[in-house]
Unconditional design. Structure first.
Lengths: 249, 403
């Protein structure tokens, strides 16, 4: 492309963002406007999708894990959306199941969150890439990030990594996040966690996310903490597009 | 006793969060200016509403240091939307960095060029798209996908280079945690604005990993760079204290107004209520988001802040583009300082819908509002504005690493 003047529309090849949509006066042209409305309807559907627990259990067993299953205190999706406090708490009858496990160094919690679609697609591949055969896995339905604190405390785990479906966006209904918490206890705040976000093939690919989490796990064990005190200082992976601007720090 | 009958003086005598337990309460009460309070000292909440509706702009500005967030939140609860619009429209708050924000008849836009993996070219493409649609006079500000030191430093360097290549009279910001930005300043990164999310209680701020001393340290570090006058960019939002169980039993809107007391202690360039981001458990639908957005804007303006609003919603809230159009238009009439500009209203990193570059053009067009004067002159110099596929020569994509 060198030497060829670019047009506005050429910006589209650099980003998945909705750039170069054109203009109808100050508004959006009709096609772009209608595409947006359709994407919004699809994202609304993803929010209300249900986690396919048997399929996830089967995929994890195929990887050599024996996952436990718990629910949050939310009986249904509507309660989940309106009562985050209940989504952070274990359903009492399910607490006992967690006492059967020996207190682990690290527990993995796989949680539907706001996108069961993300868990259906990416949770098992991420577990495979992480290759943590000794970490017990708990599948949790209708759960928030902080449900991992309750689960981790019940297990007596030294740390918990919560794999959770992130809120669907218009362009990404299947984005997965990981929240790492040292010494999970009920009442931990988000400032006490480290987060890896936007895990999906078009965002942060599974292999890179696994590498990032392994780095964080190592740093966490060294510093014996997570959160704002544990800065992600690992060298950047090679950028997907060449940097031609400014200096590399 | 009905809220309308509560004397304002009682808010000083009975703090909603105990003085001993909370440094935000101490900030509010220790900084209270009795002389500025005098004109309204004998009023009740109900009488304050009448006073605000009748007051001249100069009287509203004079009372800022004497009115507390709890009084402002209290009176907002008995105001209709038109009251919130009418009083806010009389409040003038002007701030400066490389351009002047908040002048009468002006509407600024934060250009929000987020990218799912912080890719430099992807961000540059969104920046150029926004500039071509007249956005970016409030700030060009990225929410980074990860809060790492290396990545934040790289983005700061990249945004500063874009601003310099195009000679844009605006400021840049990477919305990383304040401790990350402090480390970047130590490493010599080009930091214009220091960003932080804040809340209205000491415990809420702790949940964000900050306290007043840390914010003061960051403010001092930014001042030491000598790059501008108003140096801080704060974001807030109703419900954050409640979600961190840091609200002391106080309603989310009063706690939100208390966050503005934290903000005004540091003379920010911009304050932004990210009103619809929190989700339906706090603001259920378009009607609640609309009400909250106008409350936040009114409370912030009355307390003397350069108040912008992220007119937005998530996909698990009962809201859509029609709700956003209504709130955006109401805020424009209320004289909102700035709104967000996101390509096509779809933030592909944070996964929510905000206002688009087009939405800001609509609002400027419908209400006869213009960009910040320095930025407006730059748009004219660059030949930006025509709805043409051809890019102005001065904005060659090659200059910012695209091609």
């Amino acid at each position: 492309m060198a030497g060829v003047p670019m047009s506005w529309r050429d910006l589209r090849r650099f980003t998945p963002a909705r750039v170069a949509l054109g203009r109808a006066g100050n508004g959006l042209p009709t096609a772009a406007h209608l595409q947006f409305q359709a994407a919004h309807a699809a994202a609304r559907d993803a929010v209300h999708a249900r986690l396919d627990v048997p399929a996830l259990q089967a995929a994890l067993r195929a990887l050599g894990h024996d996952p436990l299953f718990v629910r949050s205190a939310c009986p249904d999706r509507r309660t989940y959306l309106l009562r985050p406090d209940l989504g952070r708490r274990l359903a009492e009858p399910d607490r006992a199941a967690l006492r059967s496990v020996a207190p682990p160094d690290l527990a993995l919690v796989i949680c539907d969150g706001l996108s069961a679609t993300a868990i259906d697609r990416h949770a098992a591949p991420l577990v495979a890439a992480l290759d943590l055969p000794d970490a017990p896995i708990v599948i949790a339905e209708q759960g928030r990030v902080a449900l991992g604190d309750d689960i981790g405390e019940a297990l007596g785990a030294e740390a918990v990594a919560v794999l959770i479906g992130e809120r669907p966006g218009l362009s990404a209904p299947d984005s997965l996040g990981v929240y790492l918490t040292w010494q999970p206890r009920r009442g931990r705040t988000d400032a006490e966690r480290n987060c890896i976000s936007n895990i999906r093939p078009e965002g942060l690919p599974i292999a890179q996310a696994a590498a990032k989490l392994r780095w964080l796990l190592g740093a966490m064990r060294l510093l014996r903490c997570t959160g704002v005190a544990l800065k992600d200082e690992q060298p950047l992976p090679a950028p997907r597009t060449p940097l031609r601007l400014g200096e590399q720090p | 006793m009905a809220l309308a009958d509560v004397p304002l003086a009682r808010f000083l005598a009975e703090p909603v969060v105990p003085y001993e337990a909370d440094e935000v309460t101490r900030l509010i009460l220790d900084g209270h200016d009795e002389a500025a309070f005098a004109p309204i000292a004998s009023l009740t909440i109900g009488e304050l509403r009448n006073w605000l509706l009748a007051a001249e702009p100069a009287a509203l500005a004079a009372v800022r240091a004497g009115i507390t967030p709890e009084m402002v939140a209290g009176v907002s609860k008995i105001m209709r939307l038109q009251d919130l619009v009418a009083v806010a429209a009389k409040c003038r708050v002007v701030t400066r960095f490389r351009d002047t924000i908040g002048l009468p008849g002006r509407l600024s836009v934060r250009l929000q060029p987020n990218h799912p993996t912080d890719d430099a070219q992807g961000i540059a493409a969104s920046v150029l798209d926004g500039l071509l649609l007249g956005a970016g006079d409030a700030v060009i500000g990225i929410n980074p996908a990860t809060d790492s030191l290396e990545s934040t430093h790289r983005l700061l360097t990249m945004l500063d280079a874009v601003r310099e290549r195009y000679a844009i009279p605006t400021q840049t910001c990477v919305l990383a945690h304040v401790t990350t930005t402090l480390r970047c300043i130590e490493r010599g990164a080009p930091v214009d604005l220091v960003f932080q999310s804040i809340g209205g209680t000491e415990a809420a701020n702790r949940s964000f990993g900050v306290d007043l001393a840390l914010l003061a340290e960051a403010h001092a570090a930014a001042r030491s760079l000598g790059r501008g006058e108003n140096l801080m960019y704060f974001e807030t939002g109703q419900g954050s204290a409640l979600s961190a169980e840091a609200h002391h039993g106080v309603d989310q809107q009063t706690i939100e107004a208390r966050a503005y007391a934290v903000a005004r202690a540091f003379s920010p360039l911009l304050v932004n209520s990210v009103v619809g981001f929190i989700g339906p458990e706090y603001l259920h639908d378009g009607k609640q988001i609309t009400r909250a957005g106008l409350e936040d804007h009114f409370c912030g303006k009355l307390l003397g802040l350069p108040m912008g609003v992220d007119v937005c919603y998530t996909n698990h809230a009962e809201a859509d583009q029609d709700d956003m159009d209504a709130l955006l238009t109401l805020l424009g009439v209320a004289g909102v300082t700035f709104v967000m500009g996101v390509p096509g209203a779809d933030d592909v990193m944070l996964s929510y819908q905000s206002t688009s570059f087009h939405d800001a053009l609509y609002l400027r067009g419908a209400l006869g509002l213009r960009p910040a004067p320095e930025f407006e002159a730059w748009l004219e110099r660059m030949g930006i504005g025509a709805a043409s596929e051809r890019l102005p020569a001065a904005l060659s994509p090659a200059l910012i690493g695209l091609g």
